[in-house]
Each structure stands twice: as structure tokens, then as C-alpha cells.
Design a protein around this ligand. Sequence first.
Ligand SMILES: Nc1ncnc2c1ncn2[C@@H]1O[C@H](COP(=O)(O)OP(=O)(O)O)[C@@H](O)[C@H]1O
Ligand SMILES: [Mg+2]
Length: 263
Amino acid sequence: MSRRSKVEELDTRIDALRAKIKDSEDLKVQEAVFDNHTLMDLYSLASRGIIDALGGSISTGKEANIFRALSAGRPVALKIYRISTSNFKAMQDYLHGDPRFGSIKGSKRSIVSAWTKKEFRNLKRAEEVGIRVPHPIAMRDNILVMELVTIDDDPAPPLKEVRLNREDAERVYEKLCQYISLLYNQAGLVHADLSEFNILYDGEPIIIDMGQSVTLDHPMAQKFLGRDIDNVVRYFQKNYGIGSRDEIISAIKSDAKAKGPAR
Ligand SMILES: Nc1ncnc2c1ncn2[C@@H]1O[C@H](COP(=O)(O)OP(=O)(O)O)[C@@H](O)[C@H]1O
Ligand SMILES: [Mg+2]
């Protein structure tokens, strides 16, 4: 497809999405996502060949919309942070302690861009140390393009919606313990919103939603780590009667020792 027709195709899809959304309740939220600037970014991603076509909506969250799209013929997820309804104060609190971003000031748009870049980099860093995350493909301003995690062509469900058998539950729990430790010890990050909502399952757990993940120098890093561990243990205890906070903490400590003194 030529560049021009790609952009036209995208235009048609966006119009169709808008028409579909017209009668739905969350009209305001949806209108907020396709502001002019975001449309320009989508066109730019299309003309660079990063997006071939836009598909349906997967999720409308508090701050971001997730859409299906195609990239080089492959299914991808577009996470579009809405500029108008983002919680800047909270975003700034998470950005401030991060040496990669320092004190980001300025427009709402630049804060949301920094946030999107932070999610992109966090996913990359997690992937580099062997954690399964959606492969991050590209970003531009408030738009993140990543691999779409699927089962039979549908987006994979979050762990919250899956019922595992005992054996799988143990396997997934072990993997998540490993991931928490790898993230902390090897990537130097704490997820900071880890729960059954932000773990997808396609037979294996996949960690998502890393915009708020912080480096270890963030003043709240240890507190966030404790909260992540508690969420995972609470979920596995409630549903499968397995898991222990102390077990995860001692695994993190012994992995830290094996790694040697902090860099
Ligand atoms: N890469 C992806 N592949 C498949 N589904 C995804 C992907 N990213 C997000 N989703 C779906 O969209 C939902 C919201 O995405 P998330 O990144 O958690 O944003 P939010 O900040 O709104 O929670 C997820 O719970 C998941 O169901
Ligand atoms: Mg989420």
C-alpha cells in the first residue's frame, strides 16, 4: 500500500471509530483520545510505515486507550495516553525521582510524552533482562506501539479473568517471583502497579502497563516493591492457597547476593 493510501485508510478507520463511539456513553473520553495532535502523530506513524491500519478498541482506562492496529502486517497494540484526562500531578511524582527524566516541566503534553517514553524504556529494559512483556516497537509523543499479546487472534486476558489449574498456578507464581526479582536486581526497576490486572496470560504470564515503573533511586521504590509483592501474594493466596511474601523477599535477596555488590 502506498503511503498516501495508508494515511487515507487510517483516516477512514478513525472516522468509523468515531461514528461508532458517537452513541456510546464514554463519548467524552473517546473524543479526548483523538485530538488533532494525536491524529497528526498517527499519520506520522502511518507515513513512516509503523502503522498500516487501525483496528477496534481493546480497552478504555483511566488515562489511556488501547487499540488494535497492524504494523508490517502484524497485530500490534497502540496505547494512546489522553492528554486532557491524564493525572499530571501523579505522573510528575513518578517522573521526578527518575534520573532518566529529572524534573520534567512544561506543558501537559510534554509530561505525557515523557511518561510514554518512560513506559517504552521500562518495557525495553524488562525485556532485555528476560522478562516477558509486549515487545515495544515504537513511540511518538503520547502513543506507544507494542506487540499485541493474543490467544487465537484475540487479545490475551488478564490473569484476573483466568482460572488456572493447580499445576499452572504454581508455575505462573514461580515465574512471577522470578520476574519481580529480575526486574529489581537486573533491570533496576520496580513495576509499582503489579497485580492480576496488569499481567496477561497466554499460557505464560506477560507483564504489562509499566508507565509508572520506577528506578531503584525513587524515594518510594521499596514501598512500591512491597506493595507489588503483596498484590501478587494476595491474589495467589486467595485463589490457589499458594505464595508467601517472605519467600519472594528472600528470593530477591539471594539473587542480589549472587549478582554481587550493586553497580
Ligand atoms: N500489548 C497488549 N496486548 C494485549 N492486550 C493489551 C496489551 N496492552 C494492554 N492490553 C489490554 O488493555 C488493558 C489496559 O492496558 P494497560 O496498559 O494496563 O493500561 P491502563 O493504564 O489503562 O491500565 C489491559 O488490561 C489489557 O487487557
Ligand atoms: Mg493496567
